[in-house]
Design a protein around this ligand. Structure first.
Ligand code: MRU
Length: 344
């Protein structure tokens, strides 16, 4: 299993995903501010992993917290603010921060040493749970795929986006194990190329048959009858099932509906945000202009051109056939089915 994050001698080590697929290198970060930067710069990315990384980063930060309780509280608030401001869309970040807050709030009269120990335990627990959740999701998802499935996916919702198995790619992995995958179509996923750099690298390691396509080729291969099902991940699912995921996902959902191809989202329940009624309220991150203007550090356009670069889009729930979670495959009407598994 690909290891994306671990703790080592007072540091948090992350697989630097910006170097993949050419180099597979871990960077050990001993200052929590470097962990915040690693999230912002996409060294670690993918909704569940962003949350886990923040949890490890918070534990790391508290290794150097002041002993005095008042000063400790001020320091804690500053650390939480830094992580909460790292990336806005994936709700798993705020979910993981809340879990760490619960540990902090449970033991205000704890010694600093007790608190540090419990925060590290919680971070490692969140990571272990993530793997288990993805394995369960994989088992649930296998049943929605036909035999000899030709699956299309976008971005990277795999081991690299989690603690090791993946959500959308977890479903594909589980289906491959029972010989149900004929091939996976991988959209390159402009502008950051998570599909071509990360998903291809990951699936090839497991010897799952893949074909890389540019994002604009999806329509044509669907028209030719070469796609049986679309499976994508999610960064935030609103209470009505509207789903934010990597830019380009919405286009795939519209295309899938037009061609009568089932369109599934695979995501843990920690990605469901019941505080948000519909996709319109999901904050969409806008990223730097050079992500679009450059490839591999080289300008592919007029360098000073204006750019619009939203990192995510929202797929309306009516285009989603089902949401594969650890609690089963959720079907419409999502408002009711999500309340059943998640509560209000
Ligand atoms: O900008 P990224 O690379 O963090 O975006 C990742 C995605 O959009 C994934 O599909 C999503 O986080 C689900 S990962 C299991």
């Amino acid at each position: 299993m690909i290891r994306t994050i671990y703790r080592k001698n007072g540091a948090v080590c992350v697989l630097n995903q910006n170097l993949l697929p050419h180099r597979s290198e871990y960077e050990c970060l001993s200052d929590y501010r470097e962990v915040v930067t690693a999230i912002k710069e996409l060294k670690v990315r993918g909704a569940p992993l962003i949350g886990v990384t923040a949890a490890y980063g918070i534990a790391l930060a508290m290794d150097s917290c002041p002993d005095d309780p008042d000063q400790r509280l001020l320091y804690w608030e500053e650390v939480i603010r830094s992580f909460a401001n790292s990336r806005p869309t994936a709700v798993n970040l705020f979910w993981a921060i809340d879990r760490m807050k619960q540990v902090f709030e449970l033991g205000p009269d704890n010694s600093a040493d007790q608190l540090r120990k419990r925060l590290w335990q919680e971070a490692e627990q969140i990571c272990a749970e993530d793997i288990q959740t993805n394995l369960t999701m994989g088992e649930q998802g296998v049943h929605v795929l036909p035999d000899s499935a030709r699956v299309l996916t976008i971005c990277n919702a795999g081991a690299l986006a989690t603690c090791g198995y993946g959500t959308a790619l977890g479903v594909i992995r589980s289906a491959h194990r029972v010989k149900r995958i004929e091939k996976v179509w991988v959209c390159e996923t402009r502008p950051v190329l998570q599909g071509s750099r990360l998903t291809i690298w990951e699936l090839q390691q497991d010897e799952i048959p893949v074909s890389l396509i540019t994002d604009s080729m999806a329509a044509s291969i669907m028209q030719q009858g070469k796609v049986d099902v679309v499976v994508a991940g999610a960064d935030r699912i609103a209470a009505n099932g509207d789903t934010a995921n990597k830019i380009g996902t919405y286009a795939l959902a519209v295309l899938a509906a037009y061609h009568n191809i089932p369109f599934y989202i695979a995501a843990p329940l920690s990605t469901v945000d019941m505080n948000i009624k519909s996709g319109q309220q999901i904050p969409i991150e806008e990223r730097g202009r050079d992500e679009v203007r450059q490839i591999g550090g080289i300008y592919i356009t007029v360098p000073e051109v204006e750019v619009y670069n939203p990192a995510f889009d929202v797929t309306p729930s009516k285009l989603i056939t089902g949401i594969i979670t650890e609690a089963g495959v959720i079907k419409p009407p999502y408002i009711d089915s999500l309340i059943k598994v998640k509560g209000k």
